[in-house]
Design a protein around this ligand. Structure first.
Ligand SMILES: [Zn+2]
Length: 304
């Protein structure tokens, strides 16, 4: 039995059969998602905070690639954050250039998406890198095979369609040289269409691709954090952060943090003054002759 507090919703859980992939909290979080939010917290704030306790800082700009329901609404509450999708609105195709978004984001999250991006995935990684501020970072979860080998299933994918044929889907591809390829060994992750597995990663080739995309550091989370339900089990898919340099708050976020701290101080002072005033009133009231009389008769307010 593993007892942990989910760092996405704050719920306390006791889980008997603990595996990395299936949801192990009622909010829908699994090991990889809790690890991703842990990495986000440590990267932004230097400590592990549960998502509901993140400070509200709208100066921090974040972007999600098909982020999951269990955390995207909270991220939108805390930050200037937009979740995007490949196949529905708000739509964003990372394989295409978006010069208007260059240097725009503090963080981009990609949870179990990189294996589904049509080749060459390198374009999407380079685009994500371009969209980040110089101190911004990319948080990734993706399944990595223990063999450590990258298997690109459709290396010559060019113009393609997935069509149903005789009760199962087939992929028809016109390669760049004009020849046709038909494949029926398709693997989907819980759906059809965009959930087609395009590749299977190994950890070392993934790191190499991120470095090639322009990131200077790639840090995999390799240690278990049992108190928040991050136990990697047999899963070799340790989440990672790819960054250029250590995260720092820019000017605007720094000011917002000072404002938040000042108003928290003010609230604390007001609360303390309020408590003092109340204590004085209670002392005065408790010593009142009329109240003493009331108490002896079993009526009136009680302060003890
Ligand atoms: Zn939860």
């Amino acid at each position: 039995m593993v007892s942990f507090t989910c760092n996405i919703c704050g719920a306390a859980n006791d889980v008997e059969h603990f595996a990395s992939e299936p949801a192990t909290c009622a909010c829908g979080s699994n090991v990889r998602l809790r690890a991703l939010i842990y990495l986000l917290s440590v990267e932004l704030f230097g400590r592990s905070l549960p998502l509901p306790a993140f400070p509200r800082m709208k100066a921090i700009r974040g972007l999600g690639m098909s982020d999951k329901d269990c955390y995207n609404a909270l991220l939108a509450e805390k930050f200037d954050y937009t979740n995007t999708f490949y196949d529905r609105e708000p739509r964003l195709d990372f394989t295409q250039p978006h010069p208007e978004l260059a240097g725009h984001f503090d963080f981009i999250l990609s949870a179990d998406v990189l294996e589904h991006i049509a080749p060459p995935v390198e374009h999407a990684l380079a685009e994500a890198h371009r969209m980040l501020k110089p101190h911004g970072f990319l948080g990734v979860t993706v399944y990595c095979h223990p063999s450590g080998i990258l298997r690109e299933h459709y290396p010559t994918l060019h113009e393609f369609r997935i069509v149903p044929l005789g009760g199962r889907d087939v992929l028809i591809n016109r390669r760049p040289d004009g020849t046709l390829e038909i494949r029926d060994d398709l693997v989907f992750h819980g759906g059809t269409g965009a959930t087609l597995e395009m590749r299977e990663y190994g950890a070392a080739p993934l790191r190499a691709q991120l470095l090639d995309a322009g990131f200077r550091e790639v840090d995999f989370l390799t240690t278990d954090i049992p108190e928040i339900g991050v136990l990697f089990d047999h899963d070799t898919s340790q989440p990672l952060i790819a960054r250029n340099r250590e995260y720092t708050f820019d000017h605007c976020a720094g000011h917002q943090l000072v404002d938040a701290w000042q108003s928290a101080e003010l609230r604390a002072r007001e609360a303390a003054e309020c408590a003092d005033l109340l204590a004085t009133r209670i002392r005065l009231a408790a010593s009142s002759r009329w109240l003493r009389l009331g108490r002896s008769l079993g009526i009136g307010p009680r302060f003890e």
